[in-house]
Structures are given as C-alpha cells and as structure tokens.
Ligand binder design. Structure first.
Ligand SMILES: NC(=O)C1=CN([C@@H]2O[C@H](COP(=O)(O)OP(=O)(O)OC[C@H]3O[C@@H](n4cnc5c(N)ncnc54)[C@H](O)[C@@H]3O)[C@@H](O)[C@H]2O)C=CC1
Ligand SMILES: O=C(O)C1=N[C@H](C(=O)O)C[C@H](O)C1
Length: 249
C-alpha cells in the first residue's frame, strides 16, 4: 500500500483524505494545530516534516493546507526525496516559483481541483469560448463560509483556460458606475454555509445564453482524486504534473 502523509491533516480536506484512504495508508499528518493525533493518525508540526517523512517511510505527501504550509512541506519533500500532490490553493507568484523549483527535484503534481467533472468542464469551456467568439463571458464561484482565498483556485484555472482562447480582462466584482467593456470577464466569489464548491461560466450573445457549470456535493470527490493522483505519482521522474495527466492515463 502507498504510504501517505497528509499536510493540513486536521482540516476539512485532511479529514476527507483520511476517510477516503482505503487503498493507501495515511501514516502521518502535518498541521500547526495543537494536537498529537487525529483519527489514529499521528500529527507532527510542519517544521518537523523532513524527520517525520523519514521516520514514517512516506512515499507521497497529499497536501491540503495553506500556501506557506504547503511550501514548507514541499521543501521537506525535496530534502528527503518524497513525491508531493499539492491541492492547496491561493499561492502567489513567489509560491508558484518555489513549487516549480521543488518539481525540479521530486515529482510534484499540482491541481486546483481534483474532481474529474472539473477536468471535463475545463475542456468544454475551452471549446465553447473558442467557438462562441463574440459572446460575453461571466464566471461565478460559490464556496463555504470558511474559505479564505478568492477567487477560488478552480476559478483562476478556468480563467487561464479562457485566456488561452481569448484575450479577456478579468473584472473582480462590479460596483457603482461600471459599464461592461467588450473584452472583460466578470469574476464573482460568493461565500455561504457549507457549500462544497460550485463553478459556472455564462456565455451570452446572439439572443441566447449558454451556462456551463459544476457542483461538488462532497469533499470526498476531491480526496479520492488526490489519492488517485498520489498513487499515480509515486515512482515517476522529478517534474511538474497535472491532474489531467492522471485522468488521461
Ligand atoms: N485542489 C482541490 O481539489 C481542493 C483544494 N482545496 C484547498 O485545500 C486547502 C485546505 O482546505 P480546507 O481543508 O477546507 O481548509 P481548513 O482550514 O479546514 O484546513 C487547513 C489545514 O491546514 C493546517 N495548517 C494551517 N497552517 C499550516 C501550516 N503552516 N502548515 C501546515 N498545515 C497548516 C490547519 O491546521 C488545517 O489542518 C485550501 O487551500 C483549499 O482551497 C480544498 C478542497 C479541494
Ligand atoms: O476551499 C475549498 O473548499 C475548495 N477549494 C478549491 C478551489 O479553491 O478551487 C477546490 C474546490 O472548489 C473546493
């Protein structure tokens, strides 16, 4: 069985990964929380990650934490030579640069969303935006009230997909006198309750509206995708991998 360490183990996604790990074994977790165990998994501070990766003979880290924590653990993976699946969102440019550096030393797979449905949605969006060239585009995402980064990592990835097809300028929310420019795309983030994750792109023009959307109904979908990615990643060459590589395999 693949020996997994979970970064952010005391969080919402950490719990979902422990629950979903039936074909792999979660042998240790990292978190800054003041606890030494969760669901029978020992919890170690991220500052001690390198020693724990050696002690627990970890094959791969599955990370759902915060950017600074993900970077600390990614750098521990480099020190020990362990693969890492990065699910944390909200990295700035410097953080992405540090992850890229890590991927030169160990296999690193980063995805802003580990659901297969979002992979397909991104492909559909690419086709729709490329085909309906003159249609207005508006992007919406909705998440639970504890989410700290906005827009979501998935919305940012969808924006990247759109910008490969069309030269659009994101406008993050609108307020006051804000007439729409032809080349803009409105991007909206809503936070409420325990909504697991909803994303929608609206394309409007020519007296019609096309709406492409996805809704995650349980965190288990992300946890299962990340564990599939982890099993796929172990034993590969150092490099930067995407969840699409796993889905297409
Ligand atoms: N790629 C994907 O499919 C998905 C990504 N996410 C992302 O995963 C991340 C975590 O989400 P949740 O579990 O909902 O958050 P959460 O707030 O419930 O959990 C965060 C965890 O990180 C830990 N933490 C805080 N500082 C840390 C540090 N310096 N080092 C290591 N751990 C640290 C906390 O103790 C906690 O265990 C977010 O960035 C979220 O956007 C969430 C769901 C799916
Ligand atoms: O924080 C979350 O919950 C989620 N985060 C990811 C994101 O930022 O896109 C993926 C998913 O939507 C859930």
């Amino acid at each position: 069985m693949t020996r997994v360490a979970v970064n952010g183990v005391t969080g919402q996604m950490g719990g979902a990964v422990i629950e979903a790990a039936t074909d792999s074994e979660v042998v240790v977790g990292f978190a800054t929380s003041d606890t030494d165990g969760v669901d029978g998994v020992p919890v170690v501070h991220p500052a001690e990650a390198a020693a724990a990766l050696r002690e627990y003979d970890v094959d791969v880290v599955v990370d759902f934490a915060v950017p600074e924590g993900a970077l600390t653990v990614a750098e521990a993976c480099v020190e020990v030579g362990v693969s890492i699946v990065v699910g944390t969102t909200g990295f700035d440019e410097d953080g992405i640069g540090r992850l890229k550096d890590a991927s030169e030393e160990v296999p690193l797979l980063k995805a802003t969303n580990f659901s297969q449905g979002i992979q397909v949605l991104q492909r559909l969006i690419s086709e729709a935006v490329g085909t309906l060239e003159d249609y207005d585009l508006e992007l919406m995402e909705t998440h639970h009230n504890r989410k700290v980064d906005a827009p979501s990592g998935t919305a940012s990835s969808i924006l990247d997909v759109i910008q490969e097809e069309r030269d659009v300028e994101p406008v993050y929310g609108r307020e006051g006198h804000a007439p729409r420019e032809d080349d803009e795309i409105g991007v909206f983030a809503r936070r409420a309750g325990d909504i697991r994750g909803e994303h929608e792109l609206v394309l409007a023009g020519n007296d019609e509206v096309l709406s492409l959307s996805h809704r995650a109904e349980d965190r288990g979908v992300f946890a299962a995708g990340a564990l599939d990615a982890a099993a796929w990643l172990v034993g590969r060459d150092a490099g930067w991998y995407a969840f699409g590589d796993v889905v297409d395999a």
